[in-house]
Design a protein around this ligand. Structure first.
Ligand SMILES: C[S@@+](CC[C@H](N)C(=O)[O-])C[C@H]1O[C@@H](n2cnc3c(N)ncnc32)[C@H](O)[C@@H]1O
Length: 203
């Protein structure tokens, strides 16, 4: 399994809740793409944060497209079932864990709530094919993936993200992933201390 965990880099995710979510809430349908999602802790963390910070009704209109190259061909099954061992969920804050996870029937394993599972859809795909899951996205999350690519590939993938975002949509990357200088005109950095960017539209 790829290295990932629930509530990883909470600081950046909290910036997303504070600065991107108010704008996303104005849309009738909220489409999120988690690109390089591994076996699910990240898209389910995003689902939990969105569910906690928007009403039940609006959450029903939220879709998280979770994609990964998934060389093991196992992520789809894990994400669809939403069943995780105790050691993977024990770092989640208690009140969140008890609210969104229940006994799965498999000893030492817990299943995430149905409304979160139905919000997350997994597809296998290679980002380097440059095919977006949608061109109507409010938020793209791509963390700890682009560092594996060459600079020219990073530029191509981020340019694809720009094309796939709705006007004023958001892109979130990990703290160490800076925006390539040739793409700076395409995005506005929302806060100086997080790699959270808003799409700039052509004038
Ligand atoms: C370190 S994990 C990051 C998981 C999660 N985004 C996080 O930050 O915790 C990197 C993920 O990127 C995926 N990945 C690597 N190259 C990829 C590609 N070309 N297309 C799609 N996913 C890729 C890997 O399969 C892996 O699941």
């Amino acid at each position: 399994m790829a290295f990932t965990y629930f509530f990883r880099d909470l600081q950046t995710l909290e910036q997303m809740v504070e600065y991107a979510l108010p704008a996303l809430k104005n849309r009738r349908q909220i489409n999120v793409w988690d690109a390089g999602c591994a076996h699910g802790p990240e898209p389910y963390t995003i689902a939990i944060l969105l569910r906690e910070n928007m009403g039940h009704f609006m959450f029903r209109n939220t879709r998280i497209f979770a994609t990964d190259i998934d060389i093991s061909n196992q992520f789809g099954k894990v994400i669809e079932e939403g069943v995780y061992p105790d050691e993977e969920i024990k770092r989640i804050p208690d009140e969140i864990r008890t609210k969104y996870f229940r006994e799965s029937g498999r000893p030492g394993h817990f299943q995430i709530a149905d409304d979160l599972r139905s919000c997350v859809r997994f597809h296998r795909s290679d980002l380097l094919d440059l095919k977006p899951v949608s061109t109507d996205l409010g938020l793209i999350v791509c963390k700890n993936v682009l560092l594996h690519f060459q600079e020219a590939q990073r530029v191509d993938v981020i340019r694809m993200y720009h094309n796939a975002l709705q006007d004023d949509g958001f892109l979130m990357m990990e703290q160490t992933q800076k925006m390539p200088s040739e793409l700076e005109d395409l995005f506005e950095q929302v806060v100086p201390n997080a790699q959270l960017f808003k799409k700039r539209c052509a004038a």
